[in-house]
Design a binder for this molecule. Structure first.
Ligand SMILES: [Zn+2]
Length: 251
């Protein structure tokens, strides 16, 4: 994992990129901010909790339109496993997965926006701006596959699995227009919504263990990482016509 200055920013990179406001998140200057509840975000250690509130007080906007790349990942076959496996091992598998995924997303300047048990949703290009955000998301997806495969394999050796299928991760990536804001009255975290988010989620649901499905829109933005991949057509729930995606296998 990178440990450059860039990966441990002193000021919030989200507030800086979106508003050009320097909010200290490390070092002595960060202390007075902490007294006001402004601290590092759990979504990415280089952004702050003002970003989590989607700049509500600063921007006075309920939501923002942005072009972003959305990544969904989950552990394939987890539901079946969870019915038969020791809960201690299960929770270990989930925490290893979530931890490895977060490291991979953060290394490429994305945020882990939602964690849903054995799955997660990450956003690239908000609030930290990334010139090549599709590249960043696909690179994070490759890192997720690499680091989860080895970690899950070592956990697998300790359990009697109910089936012969190896534990694996499926990933979906799509680039498009999203609405970012707070859409709940009882939670103050921001999220992204819109058809681009749904498409990324649906692609992920079609990815087999070890696969990364990248929509043609995202693939067009990340041509180098797509070299030599095959294109497949998918029928996705709620989408009338077949959707084309490039299939990347873990190496
Ligand atoms: Zn911030």
């Amino acid at each position: 994992m990178e440990s450059t200055a860039r990966s441990r920013a002193r000021i919030c990179r989200g507030c800086w990129d979106q508003m050009h406001v320097p909010i200290p998140i490390r070092g002595p200057l960060a202390l007075p901010f902490r007294a006001f509840g402004i601290t590092r975000s759990k979504m990415n250690p280089n952004i702050c909790t003002i970003c989590e509130r989607s700049f509500r007080y600063v921007k006075k906007q309920r939501h923002i339109s942005a072009t972003a790349t959305i990544l969904f990942a989950d552990i394939r076959g987890f539901t079946v496993l969870s019915e038969r496996m020791d809960p201690v091992i299960l929770s270990e598998i989930v925490s290893v997965f979530q931890d490895r995924c977060a490291q991979a997303v953060w290394a490429h300047d994305g945020i882990v926006n939602k964690q849903m048990g054995d799955g997660l949703m990450a956003i690239f290009n908000f609030p930290i701006k990334i010139k090549h955000h599709a590249d960043a998301a696909v690179a994070a997806a490759l890192d997720i596959q690499r680091s989860c495969t080895s970690a899950l394999k070592s956990l697998e050796l300790r359990v009697d699995k109910p089936s012969d299928d190896a534990l694996g991760v499926g990933v979906g990536v799509h680039t498009g227009q999203v609405e970012i804001g707070e859409f709940s009255t009882f939670r103050s975290d921001f999220t992204a919504i819109g058809s681009a988010v749904n498409l990324a989620a649906r692609l992920e649901s079609q990815a087999a263990a070890g696969e990364i499905l990248v929509s043609v829109e995202a693939a067009a933005q990340a041509p180098e990482l797509m070299a030599g991949t095959q294109t497949r057509a998918f029928r996705l729930k709620g989408i009338e016509h077949p959707v084309l995606a490039q299939v990347l296998f873990k190496s």
